[in-house]
Design a protein around this ligand. Structure first.
Ligand code: NAG
Length: 270
């Protein structure tokens, strides 16, 4: 980079960003895994090295510093235990764990760590707000009555539905549809189309699937405010007919922002 003039660097950065946007960090990470030394970071562009260029905002593997926050220090056991709906029958209580969440983050080292510390806290609050809404307080592991609903889009022929398998909501963000299970499975190395139930059986895969969806479809909307993340997850709610759902997500978000000591920011609704 240092040998390039300003204009070329800019082009290189733009190209690299386009590339980074189309290549999930974890795939790049896999490319780096056997090449980078223990003290080297793997950048999102697939290079090993030390210093902020490799270990900073673009770091996807190794001893990343990113913005220096520790998600484990923000998502404390007290915060995590406060997520649960106090209902008596809450299957999620024996499934979702803070340990699984933190382990899943090893595959998503950019989650909530690329902007300011404030933005990190806000993104964590937003992730848990949507998950709390989707699972009704981390109680549902999978969608009630999901097996009776059709989540197979047959026009997406690259993600063929397996006979007898249901691609209904599972995990913290209730991953749905064959066109999400297929690529999530390839990226996370489980059989998304042949064994979608894995997301409801393995807490680590459940959190990874949620972080996969978040990283791919939602995280970028954070810069426009929480409302934009609602639209990214379920645009139907933003057309005015499902105000109660929008409000439920906002209520969780403002509560978690309070707990994590960060202002909820602008444009909460959609
Ligand atoms: C199925 O996928 C096609 C092609 O992407 C899309 O046009 C259509 O809206 C989808 N249908 C449903 C029900 O999601």
């Amino acid at each position: 980079m240092v040998t390039l003039n300003m204009k070329n660097s800019l082009v290189a950065v733009i190209l690299a960003n386009i590339l980074a946007g189309t290549m999930p960090g974890m795939m790049v990470k896999a490319q780096c895994d056997n090449r980078c030394a223990a003290n080297e970071c793997c950048s999102t562009f697939g290079y090993c090295g030390t210093g902020p260029e490799f270990c900073g905002a673009n770091c996807v593997g190794g001893p990343c510093s990113n913005n220096g926050i520790s998600i484990a220090d923000i998502v404390t056991p007290e915060f995590f235990n406060g997520l649960w709906n106090q209902g008596a029958t809450c299957p999620g209580k024996n499934f979702y764990s803070r340990g699984a969440f933190l382990d899943a983050l090893n595959s998503f080292t950019r989650f909530a760590r690329t902007g300011s510390v404030e933005e990190s806290r806000r993104e964590i609050a937003a992730f848990f707000a949507h998950a709390s809404h989707e699972t009704e307080g981390f109680c549902h592991i999978e969608e009630t009555d999901g097996a009776n609903k059709d989540y197979c889009n047959e026009t997406m022929t690259q993600y063929p539905c397996a006979p007898g398998k249901g691609y209904y909501g599972r995990g913290p963000l209730q991953l749905s549809w064959n066109y999400n299970y297929g690529p999530a499975g390839s990226d996370l190395q489980f059989d998304g189309l042949g064994a979608p139930e894995t997301v409801a059986h393995d807490p680590l895969i459940a959190f990874k699937a949620a972080l996969w969806f978040w990283t791919k479809y939602v995280a970028a909307a954070m810069s426009q405010g929480f409302g934009a993340t609602i639209r990214a997850i379920n645009p139907i709610e933003c057309n005015g007919a499902e105000r109660d759902k929008v409000q439920s997500r906002i209520d969780y978000f403002t509560r978690y922002c309070n707990q994590l000591n960060v202002a909820p920011g602008v444009s909460l609704t959609c």
